[in-house]
Each structure stands twice: as structure tokens, then as C-alpha cells.
Design a protein around this ligand. Structure first.
Ligand code: ACM
Length: 639
């Protein structure tokens, strides 16, 4: 009895020590992982008496106010301004002598028992240091209301941090589904916390034109509106003539100015994209003269019905002409008006002109195009697009901006100063970099946030899958190119199937964590198991913030094969460690008392359903997955 008691006491003590050690070694869980983190032994605790001091410039004051506001919201503490910078509890300091290592966006964050100091060359660095500070504080700092009984403790630590790339982008498609100014600003808040600095707004597409252009009122009177449909986008029945076209919206120029100013406070630049010459149905419906096709005045803004045939590969065949006409001078006049206003509204030095997925079949039928080809010595439709892109480059540059497009702009000859955003894998980016052009890598293979995050049996269906671990393996600089041409990387969130902000968040997180670490952190600091652990800490923060994320990493990966005897063999794996997969074949719902998967399974003869759920110990982690045996047989090629 005594012995047992002694053993239990020892065991408890050992567990406590281990738990503490465990906690200490994991108390710093910043995403993206900083360049270097040196943890001390003690800790700092934020108290109501804390003060804040900062280098007295307007930009730094604005950051200090963000700090005061967030602390007040979650803790209820009103941080007074300290008597001097050096005596304040939280110090935001612009270095008087430039620290070469830090560059424009780097920072040093030093937490001692009594002070938190962030030092940087420029305000951007202070802002990023503050984002790291939030992640050092307890997760409750993300609360939107005051949380009592929290010890606002921070481990003693010295952090040195700066980004790997200048271009750390997220693309938000506000054309397929319109999102309000407020929703865009909320998205900016989220992305800035993970040190993204570019929000690429995809402002125009077949489904909507989202930006007011003075002098071209039909773009937003007509081009911004379609019929709301749900189901599988691309397969919707064509709207009937009497269905109301009241789904959509647009940003006024004042809205754009507000968004740009809001983004600047979060050190985010907005990159505008006007997608031409393909994906232009909304513009053509507004001004049918912009197409090469007579009869375009009968067109409607797309509501998700089929308008392109992809069965022959790229470029797609358009079923109705959604392309601007490169042989029509009116198109260049139109784009001159558009780009002049876009250039004024967005201070970012680049304008993205799209260029992707442009069907050529209506151009092939156009006498005007053939005339243009003869006159300009063009021999292919790709050269026709290239002719168009070069003229657009001239227009964009005449507005004082850099011309950027999707990698299709390489086809038929790249415009002289074009910046290429490589989306069809890395190939286009490599080709452009070898031609000494600037490149942003945003390949579907690693960075497409519209793809499913797990098995199609449970995820909202999209035509491709990108799991978190694959997104995390994104490396924007291929071995074969000079890294100086790679500006950075970007993840793209197309919204054909994204109707609301909850799903927008679900599709973004946690994959955007993987991209943020890829574009901010040193390559050598990336480590998948460690990242997963930090992702799980971030999940707790997102819960408190009430931001949705995909729990797909907790669901199993199914592999169905035909064994030597011709019957179905099922293997299951998990993307993240320390999960048990519990399953049933008897149609009942498995829980932690059900068998744990360990070796490949062959379903009982008449089983119709494999039901699966993951646990970590007694805690349910994954979702209940109901997988028909029929579906697995289909995947294995068994009739
Ligand atoms: C693209 O995904 N069409 C650029």
C-alpha cells in the first residue's frame, strides 16, 4: 500500500515536471516561425499598470494605438503612455541607427521580466513584432470581450526576425462571389496577423465586375449582378429570363480608397487585378462592342452555368464569347480609361491584368482578327494574345505602374517588362525568371486555397485536393533559377464555391499558415511536425477569435486498392501524428471504444459502409466520415 502510494506520488511529480517541461518547450508557437528565438527562464506578466512608449511619429503612434486597443479589448487594461520610451513597459522603438540585418520589415523583440521591447528600422517591422507579441501572449488575447482571471504572462525571450520574401500574397476572388468592404477588411485583419503583406483582389470576371469606373457606368449597373444559384458551380441551369439579377455588388471608388487606407494600417498592399482578355463576360455584357462577336448584346453575366468547354484541355473552348477583341481599338480605349482610374486608386506599383484561360475559338472566327494578324505578321492565336498583352503593358506603364499577369502571358512572346505570376505549376515562373523577368510563384500544386483540403467524401466538392502538408512543402525558388527574380509566393482563393465568410475562413486556414511560413520564414526553419504543433495552438486562437478553419488534417486519408485476389483492400493514414483511427463496418457510429485501425482492411462480404472517426486518446479530433464501400471499390477500379 505504502509502496503504491509512493509510486503514485512519484508518478504524479514526474508527470508534473514533464508537463511543465512540455509546456516550456512549447510555450512559443509563432506562425510564421521567426528567424531565431532564444527563450529565457523567467517570464513577463502584463499588468493593468503597464505603460506604453514609442518613437514619436504618426505611423508608430498608430501601431501603439492598435496595441492599446487590442489589450483593452481582451484584458480591460488601459495602457497609459509612459513618461519616456525607455521607462515604458511596452516599448516600440524605431532604431536611430539602421540595423542592416532587419531590412524594411524585420524586428527584434526582447521580453524581459519587466519590459517588452520591439525594435525595428521602420514601422512595418514594429507592426510585425507586435504580431509576434500577440502570439506570445495567452490565446485569450484574441478575445473580442474582456476575459478575467487570465495571467497575461509572456515567456522571457529574444526574437530576431525578418522575412524571406518581399511578396507574401493572398489572392481573394471577389468577382465570383461579391464580398463587402467590411468582409474584405476582416480578411485583411486575419492575413496581416500572419505577416502577409499583399492582398491581390481579383476584381473582374465572367460573374461580375466589382469596381466603379467613372464614365463606364454599365460595368457596375449591369456587370455586377447575376442570379444566385447554389449546387455545383459550372453545372447550374442557365437562368431564365425572368429570374431577378440582384445577386452581387461592387465597390465604389470611395470604398476602394477606404479599403486601401485600411490595408495600409495593417501594412498590406492591395494588388488590383482586372482580368482580360478572357474572363471578361461581365465587361462584354455591359459593353458588347468590346467583343469580336456580333450578337454579344444578347449575353448575360454568368451565374455559374457552363460557358466554357474544358474537355480538350487549355485553352478552353468558349461556348459564348467571353473575350475582349484584340483587333478592336475601342478595347484599348476602354482599358486606358479603366487602368487610369485603377492606377490612381491603388498606390501599389503593380497592376495585374489577368491573361489566364483565354479561349481563342471566337477570335479564330473573326475577320477583324485575321486582318489584324495579316497587318501585324501574327501567325498564331497565342501571338494575337501576346500582341494584346504588349499593348496593355504600354497602357499600364503609361499610368506609372508595372504590368503583371498570369503565366499565359508568356505564350506567343512575353511583353518586355512583364512580371509573371506562375499558377500552372512553377514552369512559367522558371521560364520567365530565366528571361530575367520578375516572378511570383502561386502554383496550383501548392498554393490553391479553393481546392479541397481532404477527402471528397466529406469536403465541399471541388475538382482537386491540396492538403496542408502539401501546401507546407511549397518552395518558391526552384534550384534552376536565380533567386533574385523570385519576388515571393502567393496563395489564391478562388470563390466559385465560396458563398460566405465562414467558408472563406474555412478554405483559408490552416493552409494560409503553411504559405505564410513558406514566404516569411527561413527555409531551414521549416519543420512539419513542429509546424503541426504550432497550427494546433493557432486553432485555439482562431476558436477564441471565432474564425473558422478546416479540421481536415484530423480526417484520415483513404487508399483503396485491388489486392492479388481481386478484392478491395483499404488503407488509412493520417496527415498529422498521434491520432487513432476508429472504424466500423456495421453502419453504427464508431467512437473511441471501436477498433483502432492498424493494418490494411478487407471489408466483410456484405458491408456497405465504412464509418471512420479519429481520436487523440479520449478526445474526438476528426469528423464522422461515412464512406460507401461502393465508392472505395470505384477508386480501386473494382466493378
Ligand atoms: C487561374 O487560376 N486561372 C489563374
Amino acid at each position: 500500500m505504502k509502496k503504491t502510494f509512493a509510486f503514485i506520488t512519484l508518478w504524479c511529480f514526474a508527470s508534473l515536471v514533464m508537463a511543465q517541461h512540455h509546456q516550456n518547450s512549447k510555450s512559443i508557437n509563432i506562425i510564421p516561425i521567426p528567424v531565431s528565438v532564444q527563450e529565457g527562464m523567467g517570464s513577463f506578466t502584463l499588468l493593468p499598470t503597464a505603460t506604453i512608449g514609442y518613437t514619436p511619429t504618426a505611423n508608430v503612434k498608430a501601431i501603439a494605438q492598435q496595441v492599446q486597443q487590442k489589450i483593452a479589448t481582451a484584458t480591460g487594461f488601459t495602457l497609459a503612455e509612459g513618461k519616456s520610451l525607455s521607462t515604458a513597459t511596452i516599448q516600440l522603438q524605431i532604431l536611430s541607427k539602421r540595423d542592416i540585418i532587419l531590412g524594411k520589415e524585420g524586428y527584434r523583440l526582447i521580453v524581459t521580466q519587466n519590459t517588452v521591447t520591439i525594435k525595428a528600422n521602420e514601422p512595418a517591422g514594429l507592426f510585425y513584432g507586435v504580431q509576434s507579441l500577440w502570439q506570445l501572449l495567452p490565446a485569450a488575447i484574441e478575445s473580442k470581450h474582456i476575459v478575467n482571471n487570465v495571467s497575461w504572462a509572456i515567456p522571457e525571450v529574444t526574437i530576431l526576425d525578418y522575412p524571406r520574401f518581399v511578396w507574401r500574397g493572398l489572392m481573394f476572388d471577389v468577382a465570383r462571389h461579391f464580398f463587402t468592404k467590411q468582409q474584405v477588411e476582416d480578411y485583411i485583419d486575419e492575413m496581416a496577423k500572419y505577416k502577409f503583406n499583399i492582398l491581390h483582389l481579383h476584381l473582374t470576371d465572367d460573374e461580375g465586375w466589382r469596381i466603379e469606373i467613372k464614365g463606364l457606368p454599365r460595368l457596375t449597373e449591369v456587370g455586377a449582378w447575376n442570379v444566385k444559384k447554389v449546387g455545383y458551380f459550372g453545372t447550374f441551369s442557365p437562368p431564365k429570363p425572368d429570374e431577378p439579377r440582384n445577386y452581387g455588388g461592387f465597390y465604389t471608388q470611395d470604398d476602394i480608397k477606404d479599403m486601401v487606407a485600411y490595408a495600409q494600417k495593417k501594412f498590406v498592399n492591395i494588388l488590383p487585378e482586372i482580368d482580360v482578355p478572357g474572363h471578361s463576360l461581365a465587361a462584354i455584357v455591359s459593353y458588347p462592342d468590346l467583343s469580336c462577336t456580333p450578337g454579344a448584346d444578347t449575353y448575360h453575366v454568368r451565374s455559374g452555368e457552363e460557358i466554357m468547354d474544358w474537355s480538350h484541355g487549355a485553352p478552353p473552348v468558349a461556348l459564348i464569347d467571353n473575350t475582349l477583341c484584340p483587333a478592336n481599338q475601342k478595347v484599348y480605349t476602354f482599358l486606358d480609361t479603366v487602368f487610369a482610374q485603377v492606377a490612381k486608386l491603388f498606390p501599389f506599383p503593380y497592376i495585374h491584368v489577368g491573361g489566364d484561360e483565354c479561349p481563342k475559338n471566337f477570335w479564330e472566327k473573326s475577320p477583324a482578327i485575321h486582318e489584324l494578324m495579316k497587318k501585324e505578321g501574327l501567325t498564331t492565336m497565342e501571338e494575337v494574345q501576346s500582341y494584346f498583352e504588349k499593348r496593355i503593358e504600354t497602357i499600364v506603364e503609361s499610368k506609372g505602374k508595372k504590368f503583371m499577369g498570369w503565366d499565359e502571358i508568356l505564350e506567343g512572346g512575353l511583353a518586355p517588362n512583364a512580371v509573371v505570376m506562375s499558377w500552372r505549376g512553377m514552369k512559367g515562373g522558371i521560364e520567365a525568371a530565366k528571361m530575367k523577368h520578375q516572378v511570383v510563384m502561386s502554383p496550383t500544386t501548392f498554393a490553391y486555397l479553393d481546392y479541397m483540403q481532404g477527402d471528397s467524401i466529406i469536403e465541399p466538392r471541388v475538382y482537386a485536393t491540396l492538403r496542408l502538408n502539401k501546401a507546407y512543402s511549397f518552395e518558391p525558388v526552384p534550384d534552376s533559377v536565380n533567386s533574385k527574380y523570385i519576388l515571393g509566393g502567393q496563395a489564391n482563393l478562388w470563390t466559385e464555391q465560396v458563398y460566405n465568410t465562414r467558408h472563406l475562413q474555412y478554405m483559408t486556414w490552416p493552409r494560409a499558415f503553411a504559405i505564410s511560413e513558406t514566404v516569411w520564414s527561413p527555409k531551414a526553419n521549416k519543420n512539419w511536425p513542429d509546424f503541426v504543433n504550432r497550427v494546433e495552438h493557432q486553432f485555439k486562437r482562431l476558436d477564441i477569435e471565432q474564425v473558422k478553419y478546416a479540421p481536415s488534417i484530423y480526417d484520415p486519408i483513404f487508399t483503396a486498392t485491388k489486392n492479388a485476389g481481386g478484392s478491395l483492400q483499404i488503407e488509412m493514414a493520417t496527415e498529422v501524428p498521434n491520432l487513432q483511427i476508429h472504424y466500423s463496418f456495421d453502419n453504427s457510429f464508431p467512437d473511441q471504444y471501436y477498433p483502432v485501425y492498424s493494418t490494411p482492411l478487407t471489408p466483410p462480404e456484405d458491408a456497405v459502409m465504412l464509418k471512420v472517426i479519429t481520436y487523440r486518446g479520449n478526445q474526438v479530433m476528426g469528423r464522422m466520415i461515412v464512406m460507401p464501400i461502393k465508392e472505395l471499390k470505384k477508386r480501386a477500379g473494382i466493378q
